[in-house]
Design a protein around this ligand. Structure first.
Ligand code: NIG
Ligand code: FE
Length: 414
């Protein structure tokens, strides 16, 4: 593989290290002026400033960043990538005042996407998700997480995880798989919740583990969805099968999900829109990463998670899209960056760490991606922007220009 030299970088903005950054370190981002990055065999070989050493240009493909901003490829640490259909029909219901849980309880929401996902073939789901991944790359994300959770039956949960594995093999995006059989109790188990949880823990999990098609286990701990005790049961069972716990917590009602996250040592708790102080304390104690999803707050017309309180309490904050057909039909991490500053009031540096290194740490990828440092994968975004503030402040345009994955250009937008 040829060498790649990205030169004439106006500002190289990157966090540093291979683990999540918390507290004051959340905003500890290097802003290197007049920088260059040499990549060899898809890996960052050297990062420097000032004059490029003689000879480096001669045996490399050279990209002139023209004095613009370069960051690590973004990491989208929370997506529900695999689903059939869409749910634009719910927009009118929302506009007429129906809440997310009302729509869900009336058979819409996750259940209606489950019906569509069960009907879709593996090929159809693969093609649809591949298009979404292409779009994510164009917006600057080079690594993502993807959950199952719209199959809610053994065959269809395995099908979704198989699709993720196929895509990880064939698509430029690095994709980390999460098993989320406990996304909702499907309608056929409505009168026997315990039987569905047994199916998840005793039938689905052993097969998922045997096939090696998921790294994490997630559960939707929420009013009318899975209780704290049911969530604990699912995540403890997942641990026995080597699946690392994650949890959707405090998205709509604070029923105790964030406290549970800290107690069981989840790698991350997600959403946390209405996270109470006890939840923040529990996560800080348990070393849990808060994976915040502000575009979901935006779409639900909800409040925004107490991100500053989390940073102050020493909880590392990651941010992701939550891409899904219901609560967040958005693939654009740049919009998440805007909301991180405008709604969470995090600084551009804190937000950059959230969508790169801390996102990578939330999906076990921080040793490979999330910073621009020698030894990491050569995943870079050259932005149509002069500095980091600019991409946080401009709203609604795609400012990613050249997106590089493992040393190869995978998107060129301008
Ligand atoms: O993260 N909250 C649970 N799951 C998704 C929404 C799923 C859906 O509405 O289809 C979320 O918001
Ligand atoms: Fe989600």
């Amino acid at each position: 593989m040829a060498n790649l030299l990205v030169k004439n970088i106006g500002v190289l903005a990157t966090a540093k290290g291979s683990s999540a950054r918390k507290g004051p370190e959340q905003g500890d981002v290097a802003l290197l002026k007049d920088a260059w990055v040499l990549c060899r065999d898809g890996v960052i070989a050297e990062v420097g400033t000032g004059t490029v050493p003689a000879g480096y240009e001669a045996d490399a493909e050279v990209i002139d960043a023209a004095g613009r901003l370069v960051t690590p490829g973004l990491v989208d640490a929370h997506t529900h990538l695999i689903f059939g259909g869409w749910r634009q029909n719910e927009l009118g219901l929302k506009l007429h005042g129906k809440t997310y849980l009302e729509i869900q309880n009336a058979g819409g929401g996750i259940q209606s996407t489950t019906n569509a996902t069960r009907q879709a073939t593996e090929e159809e789901l693969t093609e649809k998700a591949a298009r979404a991944l292409d779009e994510m790359l164009r917006f600057g994300a080079t690594t993502c997480e993807a959950k199952s959770g719209y199959g809610l039956a053994t065959e269809h949960e395995l099908k979704a995880l198989q699709v993720i594995q196929n895509l990880n093999d064939r698509h430029a995006m690095d994709i980390v798989p999460t098993f989320m059989g406990a996304h909702l109790v499907p309608k056929e188990y409505k009168d026997d919740r315990a039987a569905y949880i047994r199916l998840v823990c005793e039938e689905m999990m052993p097969l998922v583990a045997k096939q090696g098609i998921a790294k994490y286990c997630d559960v939707f701990c929420e009013a009318d969805t899975f209780t704290v005790e049911e969530s604990r049961q699912v995540l403890e069972a997942g641990k026995k099968y080597g699946l690392i716990p994650k949890i959707h917590a405090d998205e709509i009602e604070a029923i105790g999900g964030s406290q549970l996250a800290g107690e069981i040592g989840a790698v991350s708790a997600e959403h946390l829109i209405v996270c109470p102080p006890e939840g923040i304390a529990s996560m800080a104690k348990g070393g849990v990463i808060a994976c915040l999803l502000p575009a979901t707050s935006f779409n639900l017309g909800a409040t925004f998670a107490p991100a500053r309180d989390m940073v102050n309490a020493g909880v590392p904050v990651a941010m992701a899209t939550d891409f899904n057909p219901g609560s967040c039909p958005c693939l654009n991490l740049q919009f998440v960056i805007n909301l991180g500053c405008l709604k969470y009031k995090l600084t551009p540096e804190e937000v950059l760490t959230a969508v790169t290194l801390n996102g990578a740490a939330a999906i076990g990828m921080a040793d490979k991606v999330g910073t621009v440092e020698a030894g990491k994968q050569a995943d870079l975004v050259i932005w149509d922007a002069p500095d980091l503030d600019y991409i946080c402040y401009r709203v609604g345009s795609n400012l990613a220009d050249i997106v590089i994955k493992k040393g190869n250009i995978v998107a060129k937008n301008h």
